[in-house]
Design a protein. Sequence first.
Length: 183
Amino acid sequence: MTQVPDVLKGLLADKKAIIVSKWFHNLCQEYPDKTVKHLKSGKSQFANPVGHNLRQGLDGIFDQVLEDVDSENFRLNLDRILRIKAVQDFSPSQAIAFIFILKKLIREELQGQLDGEVLYKELAVIEQRIDNIALVAFEIYLQCKETIYQLRIDEVKRKCAILERINMLNQGPAAIEYEGSTQ
C-alpha cells in the first residue's frame, strides 16, 4: 500500500480525536433517538458494550487509514462494528456506509489546509485506503451474515429432530421399533 505522506499524516493525527468523535456521532445517527442517547452515554465496555465497541472500532480503523497497521488487528476493529450491524439486519450498503463518511469528515476538517494540488494528490492516497477498507468491510459483513444464517439453519434442524422424536414417542413403541429396524 502507498505510504501516507508525513505532512498529511501529521495533520490528520492532530485532528484524530475530532474526526473520530464526529464519525462516531454520524454512525449513531443510524439508530433511533433513544438508542443514540444510550450509545453516547459512558464509554465503559461493561455499561455500554455496543457504544464501546463502536468507538474502539472507529478509532482502530482511523489508525489503519494513517498507518500500515497489523491487518489482523485491523480486521478485528472492523469486525467489532460489523458484527453489531449484522445482527441488527442492516443491508450491506447500510452496514458499510459509515466507512465512506470518513472521506467527507477528513475533507471537512482539512478544508482550509488543502490549498495545493500536492495535498489533494496526497489526500487521494487516504481516500484509496478508505475504499480498500470498505471492500474488506463488505467481506466481513457477509461472513457475519453467513454465520447468522448457518446458526438459524442449525437451529431449525435441531427443532425438526426434536419434533421427529416427539412424533415417534406419540406413535408408541411399535413406531420406535419400526423406525429402528429400517436404519
